[in-house]
Write a protein that binds this ligand. Structure first.
Ligand code: SAM
Length: 272
């Protein structure tokens, strides 16, 4: 089964393995703060947890460590990632982890199954995010919660020296939209939860800064593979990415560089 939205791990980056490493770096970058906010939203050990769009399993791995007495269901549509995660986590997970290959819009899971659901960097890629939130609402227990973690194109990074991202960002937005995704989803997360029936909606931001965690943690995120892949696919020209690539080189060569990233975490409750 292949994703029907704007993310396909096999073609998102120039190299599949580079994409896996990019996803891993993205999890490690802000896990500490994301887990803190998840707990603040009510995630607790012993809960029955759904992770939707679990990919190669790096976020699942962190959840398993954070919640040693929880059972976790990792739901993933892509057959290659589904199998990769199962192999990666086989030894660590024991019988607490359940892998399901299905779409988040049609999980096939029973009503009222989970205490807590998390969807990280998934909704940005979906054609119908409200349908996905409705399906999660259905399979949450009364009183259960959904946290959607995503960013927004206008927020994503701040760097010093600045990266010339305007053209690349617009082209990325267009390419994602043509495949059903929405790179500006951050602004819409609260409405999506509301339309799907959730109440008690709240929104938090997780900010990571290289002065606090080191610039090395951010560098894998500057992998130019996804942008060069758009060039290969004819969605952006070499001349359009030139200023970005020059500024990227200048950024990487600057001894005193810094970088910040921003994730949004929106939480909704299935109120009784
Ligand atoms: C950008 S990756 C994020 C992976 C992981 N959540 C993380 O934070 O590293 C998005 C994931 O969602 C999966 N996905 C896309 N559409 C999906 C759908 N309709 N149902 C379930 N998973 C989906 C993709 O295959 C991919 O593994």
């Amino acid at each position: 089964m292949q994703p029907e939205g704007s993310y396909q791990a096999s073609t998102y980056n120039l190299e599949f393995e580079a994409e896996i490493q990019r996803l891993k770096a993205q999890v490690l970058l802000s896990w500490e703060k994301e887990s803190r906010t998840l707990k603040w939203f009510g995630l607790a050990d012993g809960m029955k947890v759904l992770e939707a769009g679990s990919g190669p399993g790096f976020f699942t791995e962190q959840l398993l460590e954070l919640l040693p007495n929880s059972s976790i269901t990792a739901l993933e549509i892509d057959s290659v990632l589904h199998e990769k995660a199962a192999a990666y986590l086989q030894k660590k997970a024991g019988d607490r982890l359940n892998h399901i290959q299905a779409s988040v819009t049609d999980t096939g899971l029973d009503d009222h199954t989970f205490d807590f659901a998390i969807a990280r960097l998934l909704f940005v890629h979906l054609r119908d995010p409200v349908a996905a939130a409705r399906e999660i609402f259905r399979i949450l227990k009364p009183g259960g919660k959904l946290v959607i973690i995503d960013s927004d194109a206008e927020l994503f990074w701040l760097t010093n020296p600045p990266l010339s991202v305007q053209i690349v960002r617009e082209k990325f937005k267009q390419a994602m939209a043509s495949r059903g995704g929405n790179l500006s989803i951050g602004q819409k997360l609260c409405r999506i939860l509301q339309e799907a029936g959730f109440g008690s909606i709240d929104l938090e931001a997780v900010v990571s800064h290289s002065d606090l965690i080191g610039i090395e943690a951010f560098e894998p995120l500057l992998d130019s593979g996804p942008i060069l892949q758009l060039v290969k696919q004819g969605l952006i020209s070499e001349s359009e990415i030139e200023s970005y690539l020059v500024s990227r080189q200048e950024f990487l060569a600057e001894g005193d560089r810094s970088m910040m990233s921003f994730w949004l975490m929106a939480c909704g409750g299935k109120n009784q």
